[in-house]
Design a protein around this ligand. Structure first.
Ligand SMILES: *Cc1c(COP(=O)(O)O)cnc(C)c1O
Length: 346
């Protein structure tokens, strides 16, 4: 069973209490919402600068998203704004580790502990990255990973649920097995399996797990390849940052990145669009992402409007992501760098 091999490898390598592979990070987030007994009207704290699944998983259980602005430097949730948004109804805090760079976890875990609210890390982009000396996804009560084809380690579509708090383990196995105690049956703990809770089909096929396992065995090697690509962008584009023409990603000293992404922050939206179009003409696809969730049609239905989260809105207009995948060739990367510099200097 390759799924079991993946579980064992991740538990051992990351020092996670229990890891269960899922069909996606979206599925792992949905399982987290069920595990935390989210009920209609409950509130969940999360950044607006994230992928829709971070919010959807909780909205599916009729929670209200309470969006918090991000820090200008790491583009992660601004931990100092969380406490002011906590109410009687707050049932989870969901930090997202953007680009494989960790949130300010000491502050977030401290708030969670003081108010007795579970912290669910959306570590979709953070597999094999660290906060201080611990792996992302293993710090909160629950963590979620993505093995989608756009992520560092992938099996096309896939993810994992990381259960750091014992209390969730038994129920998580049931929810993942369509609400049955089939896992107990396989282990010989019950003599027949039956329907015991709500659940769904959150298990990936073992074929995908085999595909994933081959990469998990080389997690550090793959991360190193990504570091080389990241460093090459950084060292060559640094001169544009020194000239204050753009800003490069920041990795704070307490964080060990997995180099998931390389992005630029341009001074204005126009400058971003100009550079993006220039690269496109030259056959290079640089893209931006995260139209803020709070200004999306769904976000507006929850009563948010433009202007509510100024840093999020501002960054989402100025960010540009550069091409980066594990087998990006050196000469291709040189070409991208050359064109970006040309785009500024000419
Ligand atoms: C990719 C991503 C997800 C969703 O992952 P899937 O495995 O595609 O469901 C969720 N949150 C963040 C921050 C992501 O980057």
């Amino acid at each position: 069973m390759f799924s079991k091999k993946c579980h064992a490898l991740l538990e051992e390598k990351l020092g996670a209490n229990k890891v269960l592979l899922t069909t996606s990070c979206t599925a792992a987030l949905e399982m987290s919402a069920i595990l935390c007994n989210i009920e209609p009207g409950d509130e969940v704290i999360l950044p607006s600068f994230t992928f829709v699944s971070t919010a959807n998983a909780f909205i599916l259980r009729w929670a209200k998203p309470v969006f918090i602005d991000i820090n200008e430097d790491t583009l992660n949730i601004n931990a100092s704004l969380i406490e002011t948004k906590i109410t009687e109804k707050t049932k989870a805090i969901v930090p997202v580790h953007y680009a494989g760079v960790s949130c300010d976890m000491d502050t977030i875990l401290d708030i969670g502990q003081r108010y007795n609210i579970p912290v669910i890390e959306d570590a979709a982009q953070g597999v094999n990255a660290k906060y201080k000396d611990r792996y992302l996804g293993t710090l909160g009560q629950i963590g979620t990973y993505s093995f989608h084809e756009t992520k560092n380690f992938n099996c096309g579509e896939g993810g994992a649920l990381v259960l750091n708090d014992e209390q969730y383990i038994e129920r998580a196995e049931i929810i993942r097995e369509k609400g049955t105690n089939r896992s107990k049956f396989w282990r010989g703990e019950v003599d027949k399996y039956t329907w015991v809770d709500i659940g769904s089909s959150f298990l990936p096929s073992d074929i995908l797990s085999a595909y994933l396992f081959a990469q998990l065995e080389y997690m550090d090697e793959i991360t190193n390849i990504r570091k080389v690509i990241w460093d090459f962008y950084y060292s060559n584009l640094r001169l544009l940052e020194v000239k204050e023409l753009l800003r490069l990603p920041l990795i704070p000293p307490w964080c060990q990145s997995n180099y998931h992404m390389f992005y630029l922050i341009l001074p204005t939206e126009d400058a971003r669009d100009d550079l993006m179009n220039f690269l496109k003409q030259e056959g290079i696809l640089a893209v931006f992402h995260y139209l803020p969730l709070h200004t999306s049609p769904v976000g507006m239905k929850f009563g948010y409007s433009i202007g509510d989260l100024p840093v999020t809105e501002n960054i989402s207009r100025r960010i540009l992501r550069l091409p980066r995948y594990n087998d990006l060739q050196h000469h291709e990367q040189e070409k991208v760098i050359e064109l970006i510099i040309k785009g500024f200097i000419s």
